[in-house]
Every structure is written in C-alpha cells, then in structure tokens.
Design a protein around this ligand. Structure first.
Ligand SMILES: Cc1cc2nc3c(=O)[nH]c(=O)nc-3n(C[C@H](O)[C@H](O)[C@H](O)COP(=O)(O)OP(=O)(O)OC[C@H]3O[C@@H](n4cnc5c(N)ncnc54)[C@H](O)[C@@H]3O)c2cc1C
Length: 408
C-alpha cells in the first residue's frame, strides 16, 4: 500500500506527485499514459510562479500585455507567459523520478475501501491501494462525484496558431482581452459576448483565439470560429497557414466535490479552476507543495487514512479559499448577465483598479476579505450599467454572498 496514489497525469497530478515525492512520501501515479503530451496552451502570470525552475519552463513571455475594453486600450504592466508544455512536463517528471514516484498504467474505474486506505480498481482489471487517493483526472473526475448541471457555465474558445498576413496584435504584444465586438453571423453583437485573446509569437506567427469567458449553455465552436474569421477580416489580417487549432471547453463553476472517505481531488477535479478567468495551472503548481507537506506531516503522525485525507482536503480548500470561491462565483454570475458592451465597461473598470488589487483577484494569493474589498471598490467606480447588473446579481444571488460569509 502506497502513502498516496494520484490518479491522472495532467499538470495538477504530476505537479502534486513531484511535490509529494519531494516531501518524502511513497507516491504512485495511475494514468492511461504518463508520456502523452499536454496539448492545451497554458498561460500564467509571471509573478504567480515563484519557483525559478518552473519559470524557466516558460516557452513565451510578454511584457507588453494589453486589454482593449470600454473604448480604451489599457497597458497592464504585468508580465504574462506560456509554458513550453514539454519543458514543464519534463521538469515535473524529473522531480517525480528523483523521488522514485511509481507510474502505473490504466484507467481508474472505481474506488473501494480497504483496511487503512482505499483501493482503486482499473477498467483493465488491476487495482492499486494507498492510504490516500487523489483524483486529478480533470474537470469531470473519474472517482469523485461532481455533477455538472444545466446552471454550470462553460468557457469555450476556438484558437489558431499560424502565419498571418497583417498583424492582429502590435509587434511583441499579447492582448489578454479585446472586447471590441465582432459581429457574429448568428444574431446581433449584443448576444453571447466573446473576446479576442491574441499573441505575437514572432517570425510572422500569431496565436489568435476567440473566447467566450463563460456561457450557459456553452457557445459553439462554429460560432467562435466564424467570429474569429470575421474579427481578423475586420483587422485586415488573413491566415496564410494554420499550424495548430485549439478547441477549448471546460466548466467555470462546477463547484467543489465532496471528499469521499480517503479520496480527495486536486486540480480541475477539485474545482480549482478560477471562476473569473478559467486559470488553474499556476495555482495548482503553487498549492501542490503545501498539500504535500500537510499530507506528509499527518501520515507521519500516524493518524487514520481518513483523517489524513481530511487534513489534505483542508489544505486544498482552506476555509478562506472556499469563501473566495463563493465571491468569485458571485462575480461570474454577474458576468453571465452582461452583454458585450457592459462586459467591456466592466473589464475597463476592473483593469483600472490599483494593480495590487486586480493582481491578487486574478491569482491564488489573495484573501476573501481582500477579494470582497476589491469587489466593493470596483462597484463604487463602475459605470451605471455595470452597477445595475451587480445590484441585480446581489439581489438574485444572495446565497452565494451568504456562503462567502459563512465559508461553507
Ligand atoms: C484548451 C484549454 C486551454 C486552457 N488554457 C489554460 C491556461 O492558459 N491557463 C490555465 O491555467 N488553465 C487553462 N486551462 C484550464 C485548465 O488549466 C486545464 O483544463 C488543465 O489541463 C487542468 O489540469 P488537470 O491536471 O487538473 O487536468 P487534466 O489536464 O485534464 O489532466 C487529467 C489527467 O487525468 C487522466 N485521466 C482521465 N481519466 C482518467 C482515469 N479514469 N484514470 C486515470 N487517469 C485518468 C488524463 O489522462 C490526464 O492525464 C485550459 C483548458 C483547456 C481545455
């Protein structure tokens, strides 16, 4: 029986396996194939990465990062980067291998209790036991219950890496959000807001992605693709050659699953996606060492497996983080009520907040009172249309605010 069995080998699972190994735990990872490359483009704010070796795995960095919203171009003054996924994967695997993490191949089918821990049974037949099992199988976890009902909002995006004629973004820049409307073929510009997320990759290569920050139900890839093409045409840019296409779809507010005995979650499976941005990787890499230290300490202390899982779950989701999540979900509920113009005005106000405030809001570092203070400040400085939506949301979504106070 291992100390910890991590199920899934995405960035969250491998990041936590490396951290648990470094904390001296006997760790195994169960995955269909740990060598499969990570295909998503993973963006991160540079100041979110305080581990220099992980910072060194970035493949692209931009100092000139902009938001175009509410009729203005706002220079963010905050460095942003993309991981070189192969380099990140190599670095995390190197760390895992250094502490003898064991890799098992298979698809987890179910989990059953055994004396002193739990046993994960695979679809292929073999089973693996550990004192604590960590489900890191992504947004729709294999072992934990996380039903995604009709109220769940989805982030959807259609993006292209390619050679473009005519620059969609200024040289050397990253446009984090361009909320100018791109009129879609299915309805007016007020329906289903989307924005452009675009980067200059050098040598005439660009990444351009039309993104629906959140919508319930999700916006279709066909609509996003058509809007992207229209937007590029409006900017006088055409795609000469397509390298990669990214189709992105994941839930923004699927909630926190319940711990199941000795089974807890981590990463997207634990509902760690930031409901205001959809980001997760930076936060998962930052939280992994803390969770690993807690697990190592409690297992060393000889508590029961269930108590150990409970303590680790508290480290994944401390009460203050739960309060913050409720506040973010309130914010998301407000965003879902906004049309393209109101969203543009909202983000223009948001990115004009004092940098320390919006930096903390979009990171894993802030506290619930800090997030509440930022929201209040934003409310006070927001234009009337945005204020109205925020007030309406407070009226309709007061249970979320109550949850933020109670931390449940
Ligand atoms: C296209 C796209 C772009 C994104 N861009 C960003 C971004 O820029 N920045 C950011 O922070 N976030 C981004 N996200 C959101 C989020 O960070 C990713 O979804 C991220 O991959 C989640 O990491 P994870 O390790 O929790 O899960 P995943 O990466 O989904 O990994 C899950 C792992 O579990 C394994 N698995 C699944 N089922 C089983 C099973 N039954 N048994 C065993 N193993 C199993 C899978 O093989 C995989 O190894 C993006 C998401 C998408 C879809």
């Amino acid at each position: 029986m291992h100390d910890v069995l991590i199920v899934g080998s995405g960035p969250a699972g491998v990041g936590l396996a490396a951290a648990c190994g470094a904390a001296g735990l006997d760790v195994a990872v169960l995955t269909p194939d740990e060598t499969l490359p990570w295909r998503n483009t993973y963006g991160v704010w540079l100041d979110e990465l305080d581990d220099p070796a992980l910072l060194a795995t970035l493949g692209q960095r931009w100092d000139d990062v902009r938001v175009i919203a509410g009729g203005a171009t706002i220079a963010l003054g905050r460095g942003y980067g993309w991981f070189d996924n192969d380099a990140l994967q190599r670095e995390l695997h190197r760390r895992a291998d250094e502490s003898q993490v064991i890799w098992y191949r298979g698809n987890a089918a179910r989990v059953e209790p055994v004396g002193g821990g739990a046993r994960v049974v695979t679809q292929e037949g073999p089973s693996f036991a550990a004192r604590v099992v960590i489900d890191a199988t992504g947004h729709q976890p294999a072992l934990l219950r996380r039903p995604l009902g009709p109220r769940v909002a989805w982030q959807a995006a259609y993006g292209v890496v390619g050679h473009l004629r005519g620059a969609p973004v200024p040289a050397g820049a990253a446009v984090f959000m361009d909320y100018r409307p791109a009129e879609g073929p299915r309805g007016g510009r007020e329906r289903a807001p989307t924005f452009l997320y675009a980067m200059d990759l050098g040598d005439g290569r660009y990444f351009v992605e039309e993104t629906s920050l959140a919508a319930a139900p999700a916006l279709g890839f066909d609509v996003l693709q058509q809007r992207l093409e229209l937007r590029l045409a409006q900017a006088g840019a055409t795609i000469d050659a397509i390298g990669d296409v990214e189709r992105c779809l994941f839930p923004m507010n699927g909630g926190i699953p319940e711990r199941d005995g000795c089974v807890i979650g981590f990463g997207a499976a634990a509902g760690m996606v930031h409901p205001a941005s959809g980001f997760l990787v930076g936060a998962a890499l930052r939280r992994a060492p803390r969770v690993a230290r807690v697990l190592a300490a409690v297992l060393e202390a000889g508590v029961s497996a269930e108590q150990a899982a409970g303590a680790a779950w508290q480290a994944v989701w401390p009460p203050d983080q739960r309060r913050r999540l409720a506040l973010y979900e309130f914010g998301l509920a407000a965003l879902l009520r906004m049309n393209q113009a109101t969203l543009g005005a909202f983000f223009a106000a948001f990115f004009r907040l004092p940098p320390a405030r919006w930096h903390a809001f979009l990171s894993d570092r802030g506290t619930a009172p800090g997030v509440a203070g930022t929201m209040l400040r934003l409310f006070l400085m927001a234009p009337p249309g945005v204020k109205l939506v925020l007030l309406l949301t407070a009226f309709r979504e007061w249970p979320l605010l109550l949850r933020a106070v109670r931390g449940t």
